[in-house]
Design a binder for this molecule. Structure first.
Ligand code: AMP
Length: 202
């Protein structure tokens, strides 16, 4: 499981873990955005929470995860990215399956806002860029998308939700002896090296 505040680089680092472990990435944020883009009832419900920077209700998320874990590619384990985000979600997950390791990417709040507001995504590949820290190649720049919830105001709300509801989970997993903290403030390569080191210790 990848744990950390919004904008810590969980999505970016997930690809390294997927490459090394071969396990599929399960990102509740991506699943919700897909539901929104498909115009499903779930997407319609979730959108108002997402646009405001709040958390989607636990029962919705737990239902999504239960369904996802029944798919055949999940039988050998998955990489959770952005889930769980509350203690009730973690408790529900512990009733479904065991969590073997949690990597927490630590980034101070002051860095988060500039990271998120400059973030852009390539909808064709899912690759994540940043206007200053990781500019996309010239030829794909016109197709990049700026997430609707990647604005300064929404980021502040997402950080509040993180501190109030998600951060306590770090202690929850630390108490279970499965949390590895890494410094997420370096370059993508530096953080990637720490992720690899954490993985090799598992
Ligand atoms: P993310 O892409 O992980 O930053 O998620 C984007 C938004 O989706 C969040 O700000 C929440 O509104 C919602 N979301 C994603 N995962 C969860 C979760 N596990 N629990 C509640 N809301 C979530």
């Amino acid at each position: 499981m990848l744990f950390g505040p919004p904008g810590a680089g969980k999505g970016t680092q997930a690809s390294i873990i997927v490459d090394i472990t071969g396990k599929p990435q399960v990102s509740t944020g991506d699943m919700l955005r897909f539901a929104v883009s498909e115009g499903t009832e779930l997407g319609f419900e979730a959108k108002k929470f997402m646009d405001a920077g709040g958390l989607v209700p636990d029962h919705v998320i737990i239902g999504l995860i239960e369904q996802r874990l029944e798919e055949s590619d999940a039988s050998g384990g998955v990489l959770f990215d952005g889930f769980p985000r509350t203690i009730p979600q973690a408790e529900a997950l512990s009733r479904i399956t065991d969590v073997s390791a949690v990597i927490s990417i630590e980034v101070p709040d002051d860095d988060i806002v500039s990271r998120i507001v400059g973030r852009r995504m390539d909808p064709e590949t899912g690759e994540i860029y940043h206007i200053s820290f990781r500019p996309a190649p010239e030829e794909i720049q016109s197709r990049l998308v700026h997430r609707k919830d990647d604005t300064e105001e929404t980021v502040r709300n997402r950080l509040i939700a993180y501190h109030e509801q998600t951060k306590p989970l770090g202690d929850w997993y630390a108490n279970r002896g499965i949390l590895t903290e890494i410094d997420g403030t370096g370059s993508i390569q530096e953080v990637g090296a720490s992720v690899k080191e954490a993985l090799s210790g598992l």
